[in-house]
Design a protein around this ligand. Sequence first.
Ligand code: G16
Length: 536
Amino acid sequence: MNIKEVATKPFDNQKPGTGGLRQRTKIFMEPNFLENFIQASLNVRIASGDKIDTWVVGGDGRYPGIEFLPKIIKMLIANGVKKVLVVGRELVAPTPAISNVIRKYKADGGFILSASHNPAGINGDFGVKVEMSNGGQAPEAVTNAIYEDTKKIAFYKTLDISDDEALNLAEVEYLDPIKDYADLMQSMFDFDAIKGWFDAGNTFRFDAMNASTGPVAVEIFVNRLGAKREWIINDKPLPDFGGVHPEPNPTYAKSIYDFMMEGGADFGCACDGDGDRNMILGRGFYVKPSDSLAILTKYHKLIPYYRDGLTGVARSIPTSSAVDLIAKDLGIDVYTTPTGWKFFASLLDANKINLCGEESFGQGGNYIREKDGIFAILFWLNILSKTGKTVREIVEEMWNENGRYFYSQYSYEGVDKPKAEAIIERMKAVDIDGGNFAGFTIKKKEVFNYVDPVSGEESKNQGIQIFTTDGTRIFARLSGTGTVGATIRFYIEKFEKDKSKFNVPVMDYLADVYKLVDEIFEISKNFGDIKPSAIN
Ligand code: G16
C-alpha cells in the first residue's frame, strides 16, 4: 500500500481537557485539524515504544464521525496498525461499550469520537478521547506529551487510497457494539431478579436523549429484561442528537426530570451523548450522583459481580463525602482523586478499588476503565428488585442511618475566560484563613494537588478547597470539557445529623453557602447579576 506523508502546520488549540480533545465541530472540520491530533496521539505511543498493532475506533454517532472514519483508518494503517476494529457500522456505541471492546479484544489503544455530554451537530461540539490498552483514557503524562507533539507537528502519514477502499480494507473489522456489551451486563447483574421487578408491574422510563445508548437500552431493558418498548424514549441515535443538550441532569434532561417529579413511573433514568453519564430518578424523587455512589457502595453485595466485596472505592474530590460514611461502615478505603475518570484507572488497575464515581453523573467499576451509565441504572434496578424498596426509601433510609450530606453543584457556563481564570488565580493566592465572610469563618483554604498513589504521577492545581469552621466544604474549579469561554464550577456540601431537617430543599438548606461563595469568589462583582446556568 502506498503510504504518503502530508505536510501540515501546528494548531494552537489542541490541548486535551478532562476527557480528551473537545472543540467546536467546525474547528474539527478545518483541514488537517483532526489529522494533526490523530498523528500526534500515534507519535506519542510509538515514541514510548508501545505496541500499536490493534486499534479500536468507535464513537457516539455524532456528526461528522462517520465521515472522519476512513481518514482515521488510513492514518492508522499508514502508521503501522495491523488491525482496526470499528465498533458498529454506523459508528454509534456508548463509550463504556467501546472500552469493553478494547479490553475484550486486547487492543493496544483506541479513539472514541465523542464530545460526551456536549451538544452535537455542525453548530455543536466534536471530540476525540484517546484510549489506552486498559480501555481507559490516556493519563495526563500522555495527554501532555500529545499536546507537546501537536505544537511541533510537521506532517501526518496516510494511505493513497479512496475512502471507500479504506472502509473495505482487509485490515478493518466491524464489530457488533450491542451484543458484547449486553452480554457483559448480563454476566454482572441479576437479570432474573430485575425481570421479576418488571413482571411485578413496576414502571420504568429511560431517556436516551437521541444519542448512543438507545439501541443498547432496547436490547437490555426490553429484549432481555421485559420492559415495555414505549418506556425507552428518544432512542434513535441522531447525528445532531436532535438538537438537545445530551447531559442527563435536571437542567438539560428536564422533560424526563419533570415527568418523574410528577410521579410518572417507579424508576426513571437517562444517559448522556456517549452513555457514560446517568441520572437516577424515583417517583417524585431525584437522586444526587454523589448519593447514588454511596448507595451503590452500600448495596454492592446484592450484585452478583460484587458478591465477594469491594476492595476499596474512590470518588473525585468535588464529589460529596456521602460515600465516605458507607466505606467507613464497610471498613474499606476511600481514595479521592482529581476530576476526570482517567485518575481512577491506575487505582482500578492496581485493584485498590473496584467501584468509583463522581458528582458529574458518573459511576463505574473495574470491569472496564470508563464510567458507565447503563451499569449504574442496572445496579439500581438490581437493588430495587432485591430489596423491594422504592428509590426514595433507599436514599432516605441511608440518610436516617448515617446523616445527610446536603450537596449542590452549580456552574456558570460559557463566561468570559480571562475573568474566570483571574478569579481562580486570585483565590489560589489570597490568604483567607481565619477571615469572616457572609457570616462564616474560614478554617482553611488549599489548592488541591494530587499524587497518584500507584504511579506517583503528580497533578497540580486541580481546584480550590475551602473549609469553614462550621464544617461546610466548598470546592471550585474550571471545567475541562467546555469549548466556548470558560465554565466555573462550584461544589458545596454541609453535613446534617438532625433528621427533622432532611426534607428541607437543598437550595434552602445551603442558601447561606451560595452567598458565601459569591462573596469570596466575587462572582457578582465580576459578572454582575449572573445566575448559574446549571444547578444540580
Ligand atoms: C469528563 C470526565 C469525567 C469528569 C467530567 C468533568 O466527563 O470523563 O470524569 O467528571 O469530564 O467535566 P468538567 O471538566 O466539565 O467538570 P465526560 O462525560 O464529559 O467524558
